[in-house]
Design a protein around this ligand. Structure first.
Ligand SMILES: Nc1ncnc2c1ncn2[C@@H]1O[C@H](COP(=O)(O)OP(=O)(O)O)[C@@H](O)[C@H]1O
Ligand SMILES: [Mg+2]
Length: 393
């Protein structure tokens, strides 16, 4: 679970810092940097100790385009992305910094770099074994002091595996309804893929694990005429598909379901997966959903994310949701329920006299009750409108 993000020099970010709660909604006008934030996290996740190919793995942008562009002054030839995370380890929680960046070498060819904690200024060309040991040693000492690790599990290799599994648990959620309808292989034990193409298999696994009943409780609250989900395994092909039971219509195959219904099922499958908790990065949550369902969906998501103030949570896999939205309904609902979950992203012109630079950067601020000029009507106005049309009690 991510608790803080610091980005400097990547895409639209210069010296950007953000504390991240277990449930975070990023709102703001087009091109304000919401998706860029996901790109930065994806970059950090894909970067494996300075693995050079990780620069090429970026979804949006060629390697040299990831460096912050300035309209005037010295070009930016360096970027870094850091995240502070909290992970369940043994019977406790463990915090750790992850960092990676890239440098435009003298020849102008970008190389990616693994970085140490942001407090330290030294940067490593790939991590030397000595450095890994030292870094791991410090972290493990902390874990031992907290008595959360058995002695035999506390080697540097174990620590690296922990770090890797934290990064692997950050997942983009951008389902494609056509893919949600398809058959998927029984050999797949992974989490729901970003495009949702293994939804049927995930539902099959949830059924075997007895997790589908809990999912149904959330589903029925959102789509009241659904009464069940029936994952079906084709034994010969070893592939899953699923039917949905609808009041008065019987079993409807996944191929016939509406896009909105499929999207809701996919999101709930990701949120209820007992094997794969972690961080869900959801682009434009309102996609394909009727506004009247959105408020309830947010409440259901909130019920699934980890509340770090609840001591019970230490024993459970940590779950976090970070979403982007343009929906006034989302802003209004969260403003009422969880104002701390709302962050408004905008752009501002930044002048850096030291480097004689001028550029447009992403800035973060809390959402104001009176609304943001030119973008959002205020959360209060939206609620008034929604109550008038009977969408919100
Ligand atoms: N390397 C870069 N340097 C500066 N700005 C960038 C860079 N790459 C992208 N951007 C800016 O980010 C904007 C896109 O931001 P994005 O996160 O996709 O917006 P949204 O908030 O709509 O998701 C672009 O319009 C561009 O201005
Ligand atoms: Mg976007």
């Amino acid at each position: 679970m991510i608790t803080r993000i610091e980005i400097d020099g990547f895409k639209s970010f210069l010296d950007f810092k953000l504390d991240v709660p277990p449930f975070l909604a990023l709102v703001g006008p087009n091109s304000s940097g919401k998706s860029n934030l996901f790109d930065a996290l994806e970059y950090l996740r894909n970067t494996n100790w300075g693995d050079e190919d990780s620069l090429l793995a970026s979804r949006r942008g060629r390697p040299h385009e990831l460096f912050h562009r300035v309209s005037k002054g010295r070009p930016v030839t360096w970027f870094e992305v850091h995240a502070l995370t909290v992970t369940t380890i043994g019977n406790g929680l463990f915090t750790d910094w992850h960092g990676s960046g890239a440098d435009l070498g003298e020849d102008g060819i970008p190389i990616s770099l693994a970085l140490d904690r942001p407090e330290s200024v030294d940067v490593l060309d790939g991590l030397s074994p000595w450095r890994i040991e030292k870094h791991a040693e410090a972290a493990l000492e902390m874990a031992r002091a907290l008595r959360v690790l058995d002695e035999e599990k506390s080697g540097p290799r174990h620590y690296l595996r922990l770090q890797r599994s934290e990064l692997d648990s950050w997942r983009l959620h951008q389902p494609d309804p056509d893919r949600l309808r398809g058959w998927s292989s029984a050999a797949d034990h992974g989490p729901l893929r970003a495009d949702g193409s293994n939804l049927a298999t995930v539902l099959g696994r949830l059924k075997t694990q007895g997790a589908i009943e809990e999912l149904l409780v959330d589903l029925v609250a959102l789509i009241p005429d659904l009464t069940g989900i029936e994952p079906i395994l084709d034994e010969r092909r070893q592939e899953w598909t699923f039917d949905v039971l609808v009041d008065g219509q019987g079993a409807i195959p996944s191929t016939l379901l509406s896009d909105g219904t499929l999207r809701v099922i996919a999101l709930l499958a990701a949120l209820h997966d007992p094997d794969h908790a972690g961080v869900l990065l959801i682009e434009e949550i309102e996609n394909g959903l009727h506004p009247s369902r959105l408020a309830e969906l947010l409440r259901r998501i909130q019920g699934r994310v980890t509340d770090l103030n609840d001591p019970e949570c230490v024993n459970r896999p940590l779950r976090q949701v970070i979403l982007t939205t343009h929906s006034p309904v989302v802003v209004s609902e969260l403003y009422r329920l969880r104002p701390d979950a709302l962050v408004f992203l905008d752009t501002a012109v930044r002048v850096d006299p030291d480097n004689d630079r001028i550029s447009r950067v992403t800035v973060a601020k809390p959402v104001r009750s009176e609304g943001e000029p030119g973008t959002f009507v205020s959360p209060r106005q939206v609620r008034k409108y929604l109550s008038a049309v009977g969408e919100v009690p």
